[in-house]
Ligand binder design. Sequence first.
Ligand code: GDP
Length: 390
Amino acid sequence: MKLAMIGFGQAGGKIVDKFIEYDQRTGSQAVRSAVAVNTAKADLVGLDYVPEENQVLIGQSRVKGHGVGADNELGAEIAEEDIDEVQGAVDNVPIHDIDAFLIVAGMGGGTGSGGAPVLAKYLKRIYTEPVYGLGILPGRDEGGIYTLNAARSFQTFVREVDNLLVFDNDAWRESGESVGSGYDRINEEIVRRFGILFGAGEVSRGDEVGESVVDSSEIINTLDTGGVSTVGYAAEEVDNPSGGLLSRFKSDGTEDVDSTHATNRITSLVRKAALGRLTLPCEIDSAERSLLVASGPPEYLNRKGVEKGRKWLENQTGSMEVRGGDYPTGDAEQVAGVVLLSGVSQVPRVEELQDVAVETQDNIDEIRSESQQNTTDLIEDDDGELDPLF
Ligand code: GDP
């Protein structure tokens, strides 16, 4: 699937940067175009892969390149004011050559949290291609204001995009990890999952012909539910003849793989992907539609495995709209199963996020009015006998 990716804010920019690196590393061609938008100059300077001409610094007259300090209302205002500058970079996107836009943003901060929904609304008005979001939820330990930002942005972003793919940092953090190295690892996890999913609809790999290759229209149809989506992933190492490991392959490189074993491996990976840790944990039977992708060396992929995986997923989700196919990756040394669950509605984490956000909002209002009163008490004399100068 050919995407124009737009990273909004620091997390968004870093993740898009990583997607490009993944594309180059794996030969996937999902990222046709990449743009990074930020109010903080330093965050743009840190990017290695997004071309400089596609890096847009907005809000210079208001925040002078220093960012919005987790104020997502300011982030949204600036995005609206400077939308023409973002459009300038989007003008470089070869629209005829893309299947969809993907806007990536951390939802707990300011620039991406506020700006991403504004950009989604704008792109949807201008272009006919679908506009998807990839929203990153903050960890529970990041504090109330990040939770409040995320809950408000989530509501708005879901409304403005054709589908919001969600990744919950909280479900993926590990204790004892520094924030920096934690994000590096988490970003790898993000890119691996979504990289296989979006790479799958891109069938220009030439000689690697799968048995039932996933087409980008199948991804689009799955995401057509709107609402919120989550992704599962599982993988297993295999010996790959073109990967140079020990193999049981014939000299012409054709398969000598036990097909029953290959079928069972795929169905077991699909199960592990759906029942393991999702990018956004949820009740999988609340999904409206789903899609499974089996990726790996073509010798290890077969239609029967995908079919059995689909049947299993139909049972689990209680939905007949389960699509599936393979994504042959000649040089991989793993067979992987990726499951996209679209239109999910039972997501405890989102409910919790909203509860904490409401509590935070009430708390902020209370503290604000209390502190206003305290300041007034401090400045004015008790009996109002003094007059200000002017
Ligand atoms: P912005 O620049 O104002 O949009 O804010 P950031 O993108 O820095 O941060 C927003 C939120 O994104 C934070 O609260 C974190 O939860 C998350 N975040 C920041 N950097 C990363 C990153 O590199 N990876 C991931 N997965 N999340 C991040």
